[in-house]
Design a protein around this ligand. Structure first.
Ligand SMILES: [Zn+2]
Length: 442
C-alpha cells in the first residue's frame, strides 16, 4: 500500500476502495496512514464529503509527474529542468570535448526529460531554458561561438551531432499522441478515445490517420494537445512517408533534409570533404574539436573576441608582430607560426612534400590526390598537432605571460606525435605502426 495511485470513477468506487483498505489492515495488522492520503477530483463530484482524504485543488504528483489544474505541466518541467541543471553543473567541473559533452547531454539530461515528455509537451519558456542550459554547458559561457542550428547538424554537414533536446522532447510527445490514435494495440483503450476525440480533425487534415468520420470529435483542442498541431505544421515533412511514429524515425526524416554548412567559396563536394576531414575519427576528440573550430573560424582569438566586445584589442600578442590576430594569422600568417611550420617540415616531409603544404591543407586537410591515403592521414594528424601546439603556446603567452620559442613549440608538437604513434601501435600492431610512421617513431 506504499505509493499507490488509484483512479475511482464514482463515490461507490471510493467506498469500495476503503473496504479493501480495511480488509488489508485487518489481515496484515498494518495501518494505512489516512492523514497522508490525498485525492484530486476531476469533473463534477456532487458529494465531496464522502471522500475520506485530503482533497487537493491545485496539483497532485503521480509517478513523478504533476497533474491537475493550470500550471501542472510547467511545474513538472521546471522540477526536472532544475535537476538537469544540477547534473550538468557537476559535469562542468571536468574538461570534456564537445563529443563528450554531447554524450553527457544525451545520457544525463535528455533521459531525465524524456520521461516528462511522454505526458506533457514542453512549453516554450521551459524549452528555452533547456536549450540555454545545454549550450552554456557546451561552451562554458553564455556566448555561443557557433550558431546553435549548426551544432545540431551531422558531422558530415559541419555539425557536431549535438542532441537537439527540445526537438527530441517535442517529437516524443507528438509521436506518443499519434501512436495512441493510430496503433491498433491501443484501439480499445480510454486514452485512444480521448485523444481521437480531440485530435482526429487535425490528423485527418494532415492526412495522417484513417479515423472513422462518424466518431465524435471536437473542434477545439485543449492547450497541451495544441502542441501536436503546431509541431506538425512547423516541421514540414511528408507526413505520410513516416511509417513508424517514433521520435527516432521523425528525427531521422528531418535530418535527411539537412544541408551542409558552406565553407568559403568551395563547391559542395569539397565542402563535404572538408567537414569529413574536420571530424575524421582517427584523431583524438580534442584535435577534432580544434580542426572544426578552425574551419568555422570560431577559435576565441582576439579579433573574434573583439567582434563580441569581449576583447579590447585585435592585435596579435606576439611582440613586434602588429597584425590582427585572426585564426589564419595565428596558424599561418604570423611570423612565429611560419617559423614553427618551417621547424616541423622535416617531420612532415616524410609524408607530403613541402609544396603540398598550402593554406588549404593546413586549414582544411585538402591535399593533392597524388599522395597515398596513409601519408595524407599521417600528415593531417601532424598538422592538427601543430595547430594545437600553436594554440596552447599562444594561450600560455596571454594567460601566463610565458613566452616559448618556435623551437620549443615544435618540440611540444613533436612530443604529441608520439601519442599517435603509440595509439596506432596499440590498434594496428607495432610493425604496422612502424611502417606507417617510419623514422618519426625514433
Ligand atoms: Zn602575429
Amino acid at each position: 500500500m506504499d505509493d499507490v495511485a488509484v483512479f475511482c470513477s464514482d463515490p461507490l468506487s471510493v467506498r469500495r476502495l476503503m473496504c479493501i483498505c480495511d480488509q488489508f489492515e485487518r489481515a496484515s495488522g498494518a495501518k494505512v496512514n489516512r492523514g497522508k492520503n490525498e485525492a484530486m477530483l476531476f469533473g463534477n463530484w456532487a458529494d465531496q464529503s464522502s471522500i475520506p482524504f485530503t482533497v487537493r485543488t491545485d496539483h497532485l504528483k503521480v509517478l513523478g509527474i504533476w497533474f491537475g489544474g493550470a500550471g501542472a505541466c510547467a511545474k513538472s518541467w521546471e522540477e526536472r529542468i532544475s535537476k538537469v541543471r544540477q547534473k550538468l553543473g557537476r559535469w562542468k567541473l571536468r574538461s570534456l570535448s564537445i563529443t563528450g559533452k554531447n554524450l553527457v547531454i544525451r545520457c544525463e539530461a535528455l533521459s531525465l526529460l524524456l520521461y516528462v515528455s511522454q505526458v506533457w509537451p514542453i512549453p516554450r519558456t521551459c524549452a528555452a531554458a533547456v536549450t540555454r542550459a545545454t549550450f552554456q554547458f557546451i561552451w562554458r559561457s553564455k556566448m555561443d561561438p557557433v550558431r546553435r542550428d549548426s551544432l545540431y547538424k551531422d558531422l558530415g554537414n559541419g555539425g557536431k551531432n549535438t542532441p537537439n533536446a527540445t526537438l527530441t522532447l517535442m517529437a516524443t510527445f507528438v509521436c506518443g499522441c499519434i501512436k495512441l490514435c493510430q496503433d491498433p494495440r491501443y484501439a480499445n483503450t480510454k486514452c485512444h478515445y480521448v485523444l481521437r476525440f480531440y485530435l482526429s480533425p487535425v490528423l485527418r487534415r494532415m492526412g495522417l490517420a484513417s479515423l472513422p468520420r462518424n466518431a465524435p470529435s471536437s473542434w477545439t483542442i485543449p492547450y497541451h494537445l495544441s502542441f501536436v498541431e503546431k509541431f506538425l505544421k512547423k516541421n514540414t515533412f511528408d507526413h505520410k512517408s513516416i511509417r513508424k511514429w517514433s521520435a527516432r524515425s521523425v528525427l531521422e526524416t528531418l535530418r535527411e533534409k539537412e544541408s551542409a554548412d558552406p565553407v568559403e567559396w568551395f563547391p559542395e563536394q569539397t565542402v563535404k570533404a572538408i567537414w569529413q576531414n574536420a571530424s575524421s575519427p582517427e584523431r583524438s576528440n580534442k584535435h577534432q574539436n580544434m580542426a572544426w573550430l578552425v574551419v568555422r573560424r570560431a577559435l576565441p582569438v582576439r579579433s573574434f573576441m573583439h567582434a563580441q566586445t569581449l576583447s579590447r584589442t585585435t592585435r596579435c600578442p606576439r611582440s613586434g608582430c602588429g597584425g590582427d590576430e585572426t585564426v589564419t594569422h595565428l596558424l599561418l600568417e604570423c611570423a612565429y607560426a611560419e617559423e614553427v611550420w618551417r621547424g616541423m617540415q622535416w617531420c612532415l616531409s616524410r609524408f607530403v612534400p613541402s609544396s603540398a603544404m598550402t593554406r588549404d591543407s593546413v586549414l582544411y586537410g585538402l591535399f593533392p590526390r597524388t599522395h597515398t591515403e596513409t601519408n595524407i592521414n599521417c600528415a593531417w594528424r601532424i598538422i592538427n598537432l601543430v595547430k594545437d601546439a600553436l594554440w596552447a603556446v599562444r594561450n600560455l603567452l596571454i594567460f601566463q605571460l610565458k613566452e616559448l620559442t618556435p623551437t620549443e613549440c615544435c618540440r611540444l608538437a613533436h612530443s604529441k606525435v608520439q601519442d599517435y604513434v603509440l595509439r596506432d601501435a596499440l590498434k594496428l600492431g607495432a610493425a604496422a605502426a612502424k611502417a606507417r610512421w617510419g623514422k618519426t617513431t625514433v
